[in-house]
Design a protein around this ligand. Structure first.
Ligand SMILES: Cc1cc2nc3c(=O)[nH]c(=O)nc-3n(C[C@H](O)[C@H](O)[C@H](O)COP(=O)(O)O)c2cc1C
Length: 197
């Protein structure tokens, strides 16, 4: 078993760090590198935006038919890595993923700008694009289709929640002797250990 039991809550600390980063980062403090892997362990990584966090985990939204969507369907495990340059801090999260509920995805989709909602219909994310014109034409066509009334959430667009089993809070310290505090999930609580930098 790693570490010793703690009453500290790494998600509460993450939220406090994110609130600080939102004030200091020039843009997209919620940008995070998401790593997925094929069932035989070949990794891939890309940026996404964190759109929710609570005691259950870390939520992002995407096209389910994208490369990341296909990898998560076949291997529902992911890692996240945040880095805030202005704070010289980083957070790493690892865990299994689950799909958010349809109600959660509907609520977030409805909050997005109209053009973003149309883009979710028009983009065959991660598949070859024949021309920029083809994409703009698809956006225009969906704009006409949904000119009146609500734009429904596409069935291929939803969110994932990373259920953290390990959270590392990293802080820059003098002489590269950085602080690394790792929280391991244990039941409903956490165990903590510190690592050499
Ligand atoms: C700052 C930033 C934020 C992004 N946020 C998202 C996002 O929330 N969801 C998403 O699907 N793609 C997002 N993207 C695009 C992805 O990085 C990526 O290009 C796309 O999702 C396709 O990835 P895939 O082919 O590995 O599935 C973002 C890119 C950047 C640079």
């Amino acid at each position: 078993m790693d570490g010793t039991p703690t009453t500290e809550d790494p998600i509460a600390i993450f939220e406090a760090w994110m609130a600080e980063a939102a004030k200091t980062e020039p843009n997209d403090a919620n940008a995070v590198c998401l790593a997925t892997a094929t069932p035989d362990g070949v990794p891939s990584a890309r940026m996404v935006l964190l759109k929710g966090v609570d005691a259950r985990g870390f939520v992002f939204y995407t096209n389910l038919e994208s490369r990341k969507g296909a990898e998560l369907a076949a291997n529902p495990n992911a890692a996240l890595c945040f880095h805030w340059k202005t704070l010289a801090r980083s957070v790493r999260v690892e865990g299994a993923v689950e799909r958010v509920t349809d109600a959660e995805a509907d609520a977030y989709y409805a909050s997005r700008a109209r053009t973003s909602r149309l883009g979710a219909w028009a983009s065959k994310q991660s598949r070859p694009l024949e021309s920029r014109f083809a994409l703009e034409k698809a956006v225009a066509e969906y704009g006409l289709k949904y000119a009146v009334g609500e734009i429904p959430r596409p069935p291929h667009w939803s969110g994932f929640r990373v259920l953290p089993r390990r959270i590392e809070l990293w802080r820059d310290m003098p002489f590269r002797l950085h602080e690394r505090r790792v929280f391991h999930r244990e039941g409903t609580g956490w165990r903590i250990e510190t690592l050499y930098p």
